[in-house]
Design a protein around this ligand. Sequence first.
Ligand SMILES: Cc1ncc(COP(=O)(O)O)c(C=O)c1O
Length: 379
Amino acid sequence: MNARIYMSSPDVGDLEEQYVVAAMRSGWIAPLGPDVDAFEREMADRIGVAQAVALSSGTAALHLGLLGLGVKPGDIVITSTMTFAATANAIVYTGAQPFFVDCELATGNMDPGLLRQAIEQATATGSRVAAIVPVDLLGKAVNYTAILEIASEFAIPVLSDAAESLGALHDGRAAGSFGQASIISFNGNKIMTTSGGGMLLTDDVELAARTRYLATQARQPAVHYEHTEVGYNYRMSNLLAALGRAQLTRLDSMIANRRAMRDRYRALFSNVEGVSIFGGAGDAEDNCWLTSIVIESDKTGWTSNELSGALMAGNIESRPLWKPMHLQPVFAEANVVANGNSEFLFGSSLTLPSGSALKPGEIERVLDAIGAFVRSRSE
Ligand SMILES: Cc1ncc(COP(=O)(O)O)c(C=O)c1O
């Protein structure tokens, strides 16, 4: 059996090893240290924000970001239904309730018109909408121009879930720089990784300071460890920050590899009627984290499941887009404004191997397997 090809494996090598070994030899093994400080500065500079707080995961960054924006038990937080469960889970951690909003068909990102509807519905019931958390799906930034305009009309803060969109742009401005704060994820499958980790980005100095405080057990500045409220152990360790610093120096070349992979898929499917590359026509501003295709099975004569099965037979990983949160049993009771788009995309999409560490032989294996399947179904 051929070795398994994953959708998005970590892309680490000699440089990462050098950085991590240097951090170990420096003696800064305990949590925090100079690599954390430097990583925060370098990432803030890259995104163009004043403050970055390195944390143990993107989920932790969402949790603290929501707390920092004043989200409380009983509040409503409006978010995208087309997302990974972490977004909704973090809302529940605060005691607030998620209210899901469906998406635009071309991008899977929050539909601004439906966001307005959700705000109006939630406020009509007397609930307080404490925050909006739009999600940049698969590395394409949401329409922040429209979303921020609506948020400011209703005076609701925005925490951008940019877990998947590091390196992407919206109208020339970096994902991760929109709203009151943003979060990114450095999970192993992301565009760059610290093995596990995340970050909160903001221009708000007080919000950053409160996040740092809550992430270190809400420890007061006293030698004997004084606590006046409940905190969390959510900081990133110095060793992982060193790994992140090495990865950041390679971010643009890793994005270029993923973009080249998308171009290969675009060329492969250009003559296959009924298959389109997910994300809309333009991907110049995307980071091309993962490439998905959308299959209109009435035109292709085959389904995403069938292609996925053929890839599985060749030991190649693939997966539909996120199952919408409002269809997840755990969130069955949550409010939603749905238009059917996320449900359609879930049923007709397939995400393909997209990692920047794919070797030429692996890329050929994937393209050959897809090509062979498509030919077999069109004979
Ligand atoms: C949209 C989205 N939000 C949040 C997260 C959570 O990030 P983490 O795994 O670092 O906690 C992820 C990915 O894992 C994600 O894809």
